[in-house]
Write a protein that binds this ligand. Structure first.
Ligand SMILES: Nc1ncnc2c1ncn2[C@@H]1O[C@H](COP(=O)(O)OP(=O)(O)OP(=O)(O)O)[C@@H](O)[C@H]1O
Ligand SMILES: [Mg+2]
Length: 263
């Protein structure tokens, strides 16, 4: 099994980042966050908090959405990523799986996977084959459906394909935007298992989720975005114990948290 080794992989540093859309809309204010090499870090927050915006700022896709970094810095090791394009991020080893599992519906599973390696021109064919085998080992269901149109896959299978397509670029850091959204609990468990496996193979993961239970079970460290600013951060275990996270993101009532929540 080919692994993307975390040995010698850099850390992601987001430093005091400000992002705006258009002229006026401030989406992120002074956001700082670190993803150490080989770690899983969770980013939680309500709708509109700015989670997707942060991933866009890292993956170089912000400009495609008329957004811009107006202050601060995104560094992956020595490579500055803010203000660069998606190809620069992919070359540095940083790949985003977009929200809403945007696969190319009219293309086959295989064609979607091939598209995932395109940022890296002139890769050796055996590297592409290796990456493809890694995807099929992680997602045997995709291996059975290589010629099926992606649009005909189930929601869970499309999420697998979206992740698989990102893995074709052999990322060292995978940016995952709400992979559990709209999936049945069993499929959420499968996706969680896959994230664990991808990480065990050496790929760091920045995991955006509204499913805090799932995210905190996978992550070592977590951040909570509140309307464009980091409200809370800490070890996943610590955050899972705070009343705010239990109430807002783990769906617990105050009663259930009684006597257990951190003061
Ligand atoms: N392309 C865009 N143009 C203008 N405003 C945008 C754009 N994309 C996002 N925003 C705004 O930026 C803010 C943060 O949005 P973002 O999509 O990052 O939130 P989110 O935390 O990912 O939310 P969700 O959980 O709903 O996906 C919101 O106020 C949103 O309306
Ligand atoms: Mg989002």
């Amino acid at each position: 099994m080919p692994a993307a080794p975390s040995d010698g992989a850099p850390a992601l540093h987001v430093e005091s980042l400000d992002v705006t859309y258009g002229r006026a809309l401030s989406a992120l204010r002074s956001v700082s966050l670190t993803v150490p090499p080989g770690a899983v870090v969770a980013l939680l927050g309500a709708n509109g908090a700015g989670k997707t915006t942060l991933l866009r700022a890292v993956s170089g896709t912000l400009r495609l959405h008329r957004g811009a970094v107006t202050a601060g810095r995104v560094r992956y090791g020595d490579t500055v990523l803010d203000g660069r394009d998606p190809v620069a991020a992919v070359r540095a080893g940083v790949v985003q799986v977009p929200e809403g599992r945007r696969v190319f519906a009219g293309l086959t599973v295989d064609e979607n996977l091939r598209a995932g390696g395109l940022g890296l021109n002139r890769r050796a064919p055996d590297q592409v084959r290796e990456a493809r085998e890694r995807v099929f080992t992680l997602f045997p269901r995709l291996a059975e459906r290589t010629r099926q149109a992606a649009g005909l896959l189930s929601g869970g299978e499309q999420q697998m394909l979206a992740i698989g397509r990102a893995l074709m670029a052999a990322p060292r850091l995978l940016l995952l935007d709400e992979p559990s959204l709209g999936l049945a609990p069993m499929m959420v468990d499968r996706i969680a298992g896959v994230v664990r496996e991808i990480n065990a193979q050496g790929t760091a993961v920045l995991l955006v989720e509204q499913n805090a239970g799932m995210a905190l079970s996978l992550a070592a460290h977590a951040y909570v975005l509140e309307v464009g600013e980091i409200g809370l951060s800490g070890s996943a275990a610590e955050l899972a114990r705070t009343d705010a996270v239990r109430r807002l993101y783990l769906g617990e009532t105050t009663d259930a948290a009684d006597g257990k929540g951190a003061a």
